[in-house]
Design a binder for this molecule. Structure first.
Ligand code: GLU
Length: 309
């Protein structure tokens, strides 16, 4: 089912593999503000396809944390694990287009033939070994989509025009594992379209994936959302934070005003300037200021450290 509507619809799509960290909270706040300041809806989706990496209780922790910060979502929470039939349909649609092929290459084999992994997202460009058929008698490790050498461009609200040639950047990328599990790239495209998401706001770490998603949208005949990739939170020396750093978890005993201080700092991190006297105020009050004053053109081009108090 596709919802076609002019209403701005944003979303936050955490993977329940751990508690939120400050970087994911920035994505939650940024996407909430961008949707709400445009009078839009903001959906919450659990990206729970990667079952072995899931941690019990984390979905609940994420929901409670969002509530602690006043980030209310609209409608029911959706879960990728419940949408497997939709991914199957999209996969079959692509198979009918003749753009999918089975691949037997292991990561190790790809790393021996591919150029070096991309430093920004670890992607090993797939050299196309199985494009014209797999060697006989070996199991299927993944199903890949055939990409082209065309330059694919989109306009990022913060970064401006971003262009990529998929053939060089990632090569034919995997949509499904040999054991049947669907890949993030396919699932995200199907889900965003099915739920009418037309505004994707998320961290810069996913910027490099966006052309892959647009490529799939075009093949599947789905609308292309607007994109805004937010600056990343780094450590004091500009280093990338690991997923374990700066966890923000729901803790009933948190000191009063803690959320209001972090939220105020997140708005500052996003280039907004909430009044000084709002530092540590109730989250609802800070968010209300944000809805009225949010200006996406002020989001800085570079990330940095996020003050925690
Ligand atoms: N579930 C993904 C993550 O937590 C984000 C998906 C998205 O925003 O497209 O990294």
């Amino acid at each position: 089912m596709q919802i076609h509507s002019d209403t701005i619809t944003g979303r936050f799509a955490p993977s329940p593999t751990g508690a939120l960290h400050t970087g994911s909270l920035v994505a939650a706040v940024g996407s909430w503000l961008m949707a709400k300041s445009a009078g839009g809806r903001w959906l919450l989706r659990m990206d729970d396809l990667d079952t072995p990496r899931q941690v019990a209780g984390m979905e609940d922790d994420i929901m409670r944390t969002l509530e602690d910060y006043g980030l209310e979502w609209d409608g029911e929470i959706s879960r990728q694990s419940r949408h497997l039939d939709r991914y199957q349909q999209a996969f079959e649609q692509l198979q009918q287009l003749g753009v999918i092929y089975p691949c037997c290459c292991s990561r190790k084999e790809i790393s021996q033939t591919a150029s070096a992994p991309r430093p920004d997202d670890d992607t090993l460009p797939y050299p196309g070994t199985c494009r014209d058929g797999m060697r006989p008698g070996v199991p299927v490790r993944s199903w890949r989509v055939r990409v082209t050498d065309e330059e694919l461009c989109f306009d990022d609200r913060r970064r401006g025009p971003v262009c990529q040639v998929l053939q060089q950047r990632c090569g034919d990328f995997a949509l499904r594992r040999g054991d049947g599990e669907f890949a993030y790239q396919l699932a995200v495209v199907v889900d965003d379209a099915d739920t009418g998401v037309n505004q994707v706001v998320r961290g810069d770490d996913l910027l490099a994936s966006t052309p892959r998603q647009i490529f799939l949208q075009r093949l599947l005949g789905l609308p292309q959302p607007g994109y805004c990739h937010l600056p990343l939170v780094c450590g004091p020396g500009g280093e990338k934070l690991s997923k374990r750093d700066n966890l923000v978890s729901h803790q009933p005993g948190n000191s009063p005003g803690r959320e209001g201080r972090l939220l105020w700092n997140i708005l500052g991190f996003l280039g907004q300037e909430p009044p000084q006297e709002m530092f540590g105020a109730a989250c609802g009050e800070i968010l209300q200021w944000g809805v009225l004053h949010f200006d996406a053109t002020r989001i800085p081009l570079t990330g940095g450290e996020l003050r925690l108090s």
